[in-house]
Design a binder for this molecule. Structure first.
Ligand SMILES: Cc1cc2nc3c(=O)[nH]c(=O)nc-3n(C[C@H](O)[C@H](O)[C@H](O)COP(=O)(O)OP(=O)(O)OC[C@H]3O[C@@H](n4cnc5c(N)ncnc54)[C@H](O)[C@@H]3O)c2cc1C
Ligand code: SF4
Length: 338
């Protein structure tokens, strides 16, 4: 273990002041990802600024009819919040498909967005990895890449983003509210995570001295016709090989609006608005869903061990859209244990 300093932030301004004063400092919220990374010798912060006591734990209705979720709302509290269960069940379903009850009790909403990839080589500090050590190479491209990306990859990195919550947030067009030394700004969810390009060490467009304060959900929750399907090696406590968040607004059998985002396939939640546009005005049937899947997966490329993901993603998209259209979402229900 490397030595590090530990301090607590007294409020958001203090958190920003502390992080801006020390380039080697990192925020810690629930600690469920950062502490693991420190133990694996992947992250070496000289200072941990504990933000877990900041007053960012409320879920409030916005004047525009949406919801504002504090960055420190634990994943469990969010999944079981009445407003989420009633109006945004896609969010509850995605959260409950992830991790374990104990982890979800600790994990924060903000931390879930900034959690790092689960690429095997990223965690193995003795192998080359451009994300962990820029310029060292990518061991996954010609290595064991079963869990790696098939879309939006680069020659530098084929990692995936591991979050479930983020896939639902992408489909619902959430907004990330952040504050830094230059003030507050709002980031559209589609602009929050980055593709690897030639800077895979940067997962997001959050500046190192900025803190996430809240996630805003627009009014539309698609509560009647949604589904989150997560395909993984075990039924619990496993990250997605492929996941799909689908949300539809129907007029009889006709699709008025469609949202579709994939997890486990790219460096960010993968959303192709052209596929959503192609669904609009179509009859909600397997033919239209297969056509949308083809658009989402245009340009998909396997790296050997993960070739199976292309066909799996195609079938998962069709199945998830069918579940959403029938109003029979994939069940992720987990009893509330506190
Ligand atoms: C065994 C295991 C299984 C898991 N399975 C799943 C799964 O299936 N699906 C899934 O989605 N997740 C899964 N997770 C990941 C878990 O959801 C994340 O670790 C968790 O959401 C991170 O939140 P945290 O508050 O613990 O973050 P921390 O570990 O405290 O921090 C993570 C990162 O976020 C930064 N950060 C935290 N809060 C803020 C903020 N407000 N502003 C700016 N930066 C911030 C920290 O500096 C750090 O870099 C799993 C984790 C484990 C250990
Ligand atoms: S895919 Fe990315 S995270 Fe994995 S080894 Fe290559 S550079 Fe590292």
């Amino acid at each position: 273990m490397n030595p590090f300093h530990y301090t607590r932030a007294s409020d958001v301004s203090d958190a920003i002041r502390q992080i801006a004063a020390d380039p080697a400092a990192k925020f810690i919220a629930g600690g469920t990802n950062l502490i693991d990374l420190m133990k694996y010798d992947v992250e070496h912060p000289a200072r941990l600024v504990d933000i877990s006591h900041l007053p960012l734990r409320s879920v409030e209705e916005t004047s525009g009819g949406g919801l504002r979720i504090g960055a420190l709302v634990p994943n469990s509290d969010l999944a079981y919040h009445p407003l989420i269960e009633q109006r945004y069940p896609l969010i509850a379903s995605a959260i409950l498909s992830g991790a374990s009850q104990q982890l979800r009790n600790m994990a924060s909403t903000g931390g879930n967005l900034v959690q790092r990839t689960r690429c095997f080589y990223f965690y193995d500090a003795v192998t080359p990895c451009n994300k962990r050590q820029p310029g060292s190479g990518c061991s996954a491209i010609s290595g064991i890449n079963r869990i790696n990306a098939i879309l939006g990859t680069s020659e530098a990195c084929i990692a995936t983003h591991p979050s479930d919550l983020c896939v639902a947030l992408a489909a619902l067009e959430a907004i990330v509210h952040v504050v830094g030394p230059a003030g507050a700004r709002a980031i559209a969810f589609s602009d929050f995570h980055r593709l690897p390009g030639d800077t895979p060490q940067r997962d997001t467009n959050l500046e190192p001295n900025e803190i996430i304060t809240a996630i805003e959900l627009p009014p539309k929750g698609f509560r009647a016709n949604y589904s989150y399907l997560k395909i993984r090696d075990r039924l619990s406590y496993a990250f997605a090989l492929v996941s799909v968040a689908a949300a539809l607004e129907l007029d009889g059998d006709t699709i008025k609006e469609a949202r579709l985002a994939l997890g486990g396939v790219a460096h960010k939640p993968w959303r192709v608005t052209a596929a959503e546009a192609a669904l609009r005005g179509q009859r909600a049937d397997a033919g239209a869903f297969a056509q949308a899947a083809d658009l989402v997966l245009r340009g998909a490329k396997g790296y050997g061990h993960n070739n199976f993901k292309i066909g799996l993603a195609r079938r998962a998209i069709v199945r998830t859209l069918s579940q959403a259209a029938r109003g029979t979402p994939q069940s992720q229900s987990v009893k509330k244990i506190r």
